[in-house]
Design a protein. Structure first.
Length: 162
């Protein structure tokens, strides 16, 4: 049965949150966290949390509200709520996104290592390849570029080349 937080004592709130945080911190590995969240949250709650993290990531990347709204299909209130959470003194979102960026960078590194022979050779024999440039790393994107943004990007690159 659902209980409103106003009807819980401070001790019950502290014990409940301590239990949640202890259970979450005891989990290691992506698959274990995935199973834990699947058992704990409904599918719509998981999607909602994931979308908020994506919105936070886009806000940290200095995307505008309009771009996020058109790309994600969310309202300005949702974006402003996430932005307010980021602006508060609680570093939870920023630490999670920082860790996520490191994870995506290591995935890109592994993908480059698995698909590029020259890159593997440079890792194995670094002194032999001092004069060769390193292959370009792919930047991980959250969502593919929208049609309008892609056209804008093509126009700006052609103007710069001229």
């Amino acid at each position: 049965m659902k209980k409103k937080i106003e009807f819980l004592s401070k001790e019950e709130i502290r014990t409940t949150l301590d239990t949640l945080y202890t259970a979450a911190s005891a989990i290691t590995g992506r698959n274990a966290v995935k199973l834990f969240l699947r058992d704990l949250l409904t599918p719509s709650e998981r999607i909602m949390l994931g979308r908020r993290i994506i919105i936070a990531r886009l806000l940290i990347a200095r995307e505008s509200y309009d771009d996020i709204q058109s790309r994600m299909g969310v309202g300005r209130t949702t974006i402003s709520r996430v932005h307010r959470w980021l602006m508060d003194q609680f570093p939870g979102f920023e630490k999670a996104i920082e860790g996520m960026e490191q994870e995506y960078a290591s995935r890109a590194e592994k993908k480059l290592f698995a698909t590029n022979t020259l890159y593997r050779w440079k890792k194995k024999y670094p002194l032999h390849f001092l004069l060769f440039p390193t292959p370009m790393k792919e930047k991980y994107s959250i969502y593919p570029l929208g049609k309008r943004k892609l056209q804008r990007k093509i126009r700006t690159t052609t103007k710069r080349e001229i």
